[in-house]
Design a protein around this ligand. Structure first.
Ligand SMILES: Nc1nc2c(c(=O)[nH]1)N[C@H]1C(S)=C(S)[C@@H](COP(=O)(O)O)O[C@H]1N2
Ligand SMILES: [Mo]
Length: 310
C-alpha cells in the first residue's frame, strides 16, 4: 500500500522511462483511440490564463510533456499511487475556494481564489522540479511570486516562518480516510525563503488553469527543494514564530528534513540522491546542488550545515 516515501518498503524509485513508455504510452494511446472514435479534440479543456513569460527566471531545458505532468502525480490525499490520482481528483471542487491568510501579520484576510489571482500579475516560469524519489521534470508554471502576497500581508517582526495547509475534506479527498499521513498536509518555509524571488504560488501549468491532480486551485512551487515542499490545494497560509511541524518531517524525521533542499551530497537513508531520471530520458543525469539554482539561493544557507539541516 505504501509507496516509496514510506519506510516499510524497499526503495521503489520509479523508472520514469518505463512509466512514460508503458503506462503513459498505453493510456495516451487508449485515449487517442477513444477520443478519435468520439471525434473529441485531444487537447485538454483547461481554461487559458493571461500571463507574461519570465525568461530570466526560466530554464530553457526541454519541457516535460504536459501529458506526463498531468498524469503522473504525487498527491496522497487521493492515492499513494501515481497514475490513479488524475481520476480520483476529478471531483475536487476548486470553486468557490477561499484561502485564509493569518498569524503574525498586520493584514490578515480570507481571500477568494479569483479575487487573489486578480491582485498579482501572473507569470510563466519554466522550472526544474525534482522529487525526492529520484525523478525530475521541467514544468512551465503560471503563478505569482509568493513574496508579493507576503508583502501585502505586512508580517510582524516576530514572524519567522510561513506555514501552508492543504484542504482537509475526506469526502472529496478519499486518501484522507487512510492514516497513511497525518492530515491535513502541512508544509513550511523560513520567511526569507518565502520572500525569495524564485518562490512561486502556482495557479496553472502549460498556460492553463492547474489541473486538480496538480494541486488546484493554488499550490506552492519551490524549485530548489524536493517536490514534497511544493504543497498543493492550499486553504491556509499562516505566519508563525516557530518552525512549523511539516508533514513529512514530522512523520519520518530521519528521512525528510524541514529544509529539503535538493542536495546530491546528502543521501536519503535508503537511496542515493546523487542522480536523477529526467522523465522521458533513458540515462540518469547528475543531480545538481539546489537543483541547479545554487547561484540564486545558496546565500540563504551560508550559516547552515546542510548535512544536518537537510
Ligand atoms: N497536499 C499535498 N501536496 C503535495 C503532495 C501531497 O501528497 N499532498 N505531494 C508532494 C510531492 S512528493 C510531489 S513530488 C509533488 C508532485 O507534484 P505534481 O503531482 O504536480 O507533479 O507534490 C507535492 N505536494
Ligand atoms: Mo515527491
Amino acid at each position: 500500500m505504501l509507496k516509496s516515501f514510506m519506510p516499510i518498503r524497499k526503495n521503489e524509485e520509479p523508472k520514469s522511462n518505463e512509466i512514460t513508455d508503458k503506462e503513459l504510452y498505453l493510456n495516451r494511446r487508449e485515449f487517442i483511440i477513444s477520443a478519435a472514435a468520439l471525434a473529441l479534440p485531444i487537447k485538454s479543456d483547461g481554461k487559458k490564463l493571461n500571463f507574461t513569460k519570465n525568461q530570466e527566471l526560466s530554464t530553457n531545458e526541454g519541457q516535460t510533456s504536459s501529458d506526463v505532468v498531468s498524469n503522473y502525480n504525487n498527491f496522497y490525499e487521493f492515492s499513494t499511487g501515481k497514475t490513479d490520482i488524475v481520476d480520483l481528483a476529478k471531483n475536487l471542487h476548486t470553486h468557490p475556494w477561499s484561502i485564509s491568510v493569518e498569524g503574525l501579520i498586520n493584514n490578515p484576510k480570507g481571500y477568494d481564489i479569483d479575487e487573489l489571482l486578480k491582485l498579482f500579475p501572473l507569470e510563466e516560469r519554466v522550472y526544474r522540479f525534482r522529487c525526492v524519489e529520484g525523478w525530475s521534470m521541467v514544468i512551465p508554471w503560471v503563478g505569482f511570486p509568493l513574496a508579493e502576497l507576503v508583502k501585502r500581508c505586512q508580517p510582524q517582526t516576530s514572524a519567522r516562518y510561513v506555514e501552508f495547509v492543504t484542504l482537509l475534506d475526506a469526502k472529496q479527498m478519499p486518501g484522507q480516510k487512510s492514516a497513511v499521513l497525518p492530515w491535513p498536509y502541512v508544509e513550511g518555509l523560513r520567511l526569507d525563503e518565502a520572500l525569495h524571488p524564485l518562490t512561486l504560488m502556482a495557479a496553472g501549468i502549460y498556460g492553463e488553469v492547474l489541473p486538480n491532480q496538480n494541486g488546484a486551485p493554488l499550490r506552492l512551487v519551490v524549485p530548489w527543494k524536493y517536490g514534497f515542499k511544493s504543497v498543493k490545494s492550499i486553504v491556509k497560509i499562516r505566519f508563525v514564530q516557530k518552525q512549523p511541524q511539516t508533514t513529512w518531517n514530522a512523520t519520518i524525521p530521519g528521512e525528510y528534513g524541514f529544509y529539503a533542499n535538493v542536495n546530491p551530497q546528502v543521501s536519503h537513508p535508503r537511496w542515493s540522491q546523487a542522480k536523477e531520471r529526467r522523465v522521458g530520458e533513458f540515462l540518469k543525469r547528475d543531480t545538481l546542488m539546489f537543483n541547479g539554482y545554487a547561484a540564486q539561493v545558496a546565500d540563504l544557507y551560508t550559516a547552515m550545515d546542510l548535512t544536518k539541516n537537510f
